[in-house]
Design a protein around this ligand. Sequence first.
Ligand SMILES: [Fe+2]
Ligand SMILES: [Fe+2]
Length: 349
Amino acid sequence: MAGFFSKLLGSSATKPMPAPPAGAPRRPEEILQAIEAAAELSTGSALVWIARDASYWAQRTETALARLRADWEQTPEAAKWPDVTSLLDQLSLPPEAVIRQLPAAAREAMALCERDDLPRSRLIDRLSQDPSLVQALLRQANSASYGAGLAPILRVDAAIDRIGLVGTRAVVVAASVDGLLSKPGSPYDALLAAAWQHMVNTGPLARAFAPAFGADGEEAFAIALLHDVGLLIIFDRISTLRSANRRAVTLPDGWLDTLLTELHEPLGAVAAHRWGLGIDAADAIGTHHRRDSPAERHPLAETLFLAEHLARVMARGEPLDLFGLWGEGELTGDQTYAHTLLDRYVQRG
Ligand SMILES: [Fe+2]
Ligand SMILES: [Fe+2]
């Protein structure tokens, strides 16, 4: 299914993504074989992007869970940590049980945005009925990105005019992230809050650097706000376990780190498919650390990789090293342009 953004923007607003060839492989093992074959043929130039479908990400999630379970069962102290097995059981339930649906108001607004014959008055009505969406929309329309030097906007229709439909969609997606926050209890509440703040920080950076990769700024903003949604889903399962057991969940520190690292990308991609965000968004979320096939050219995934690294570095007050990140993520975007965008971003404060 084509993503909402690509449908809305058409080919002129985003750099066209190389389409998978006719009869392109779809099974996970076939996709990985194709990537390896392409790597062998590659003469140092970037590899073409090969789209992965929903079943690929579901299988990647299953495989990661099976590997985590097998490794854990060989751990000598496994019996001392019963919550590990319970959490793996929770995460192994069908996607509809693991991944909560987005709030109804957000889903309805997103569905209205997807209609080719967009009933604008219905979209305005729907958004107007939800105070949190109205508030988020007005905040965005009057933000430094859109409202600098302009008269303040206090109406939903004027806000949509100013930020556009893609911007409106981004606001709806962003408001949905709040609805995915859970209460996993200490010490996980602090980890969840940090993950949420990191996603919020990554959004504006992705918007600023998207042009260096030929990605659309508003699409990048929205997907960046969701890029670590897999972490939120894992913490949501810990919350469920805590409620069911009526006690705090205890997990070995090192094991939780491994679980989060291994699972959050494929699980986030499964969620993106479940929420109808489209293949581009799901692939970007599923590959944002660019670990399996870093040389693949994917404007959104590359934007996320750079933005989320910059968000971390800035949060720690460390110096920025764009050149190093280009090498680490095997990025294919325009590095000189990215430097210009970075200067602009820093100057804007
Ligand atoms: Fe991540
Ligand atoms: Fe991240």
